[in-house]
Design a protein around this ligand. Sequence first.
Ligand SMILES: [Zn+2]
Length: 357
Amino acid sequence: MPELDLSRSSVELTRMICDIPSVSGDETTLADAVTAAVGGLSHLDVHRNGDTIVARTDRGRAQRVVIAGHIDTVPINRNLPTRLVDIDGVPSLWGRGTVDMKAGVAVQLKLAAELTDPRVDVTWMWYDHEEVAAELNGLTRLARARPDLFTGDFAILGEPSNGQVEGGCNGNLRAIVRTHGVRAHSARAWVGENAIHAAAPALLRLAEYRPRTIAVEGLEYREGLNAVRVAGGIAGNVIPDLCEIEVNYRFAPNRSLDEAEAHVRDVFAGFEVEVVDRAAGARPGLDAPLAREFLAAVGAEPRPKYGWTDVARFSALGVPAVNYGPGDPSLAHHDEEAVPLAQIEDVERGLRAWLTR
Ligand SMILES: [Zn+2]
């Protein structure tokens, strides 16, 4: 088993854990190495659930913070082992996982080992299966087995955010807008009714839709309502009797799931609408006192997060959560992902400043 020496720099640690491949479903080698590295530290109480590791301080502080990161990556595409590179004069580490999100995990591992007496109690969580279906996610499993471990006043996910603090996230809803017709031979189209033509007004509503930008706790969330797929048609000589438009609605976190659904039904009033998937957004939670102290200590400007991340999971449990990690989120899953070394060091400095008494 590869050995992780947590006294090494966070840049060196990033490199070490990136060079232990851990594509979703194949995290055990890295999880074993993490367990071995933190298992011997007397200030941490360590639990293992599958390939998820939880390490907690128990100093009896009045407040507890959960700091989490996933240890899996998307598949490797000739981008391991890592390399130190220079990108337009910026020293960086290149390779799978450097951005999403092993640099964040490396910083967390280093601080977990080093901060034996933090100013708040800390629950460190490193989990598996984030990059695949939510059902497989290590946090889903852990929340079922040990909901008590999610207790906290504030949570930080080390997902890439360019070293800035990203609060909350948009909600996500998918629906099918369906039109019906009457099937007929296209040579005698007048006896049929064309379901694809019947979908035209629905597409027009989408084309003319003006998405809103909504301020929630001072952050501006941009919404979006878009067709993402259209299905219909039987053969080259048949008038189709069914057309389905799949619609994706990304909505600001001040809307509940029911409000979001009502809005979509409103836009498509008169059409058959079936909601097939919905996930609530998360409010930024930046008005929580601990969140405010955190922002001041790391010296970061909060920004909205547009994608859905596990911050929403904590938010649903009543724990305000933010993303704070090194790396450019637009490079996540990119074959050329690379993280500036200075960002890794900045995030380490920020978290240490906040957690040190
Ligand atoms: Zn990620």
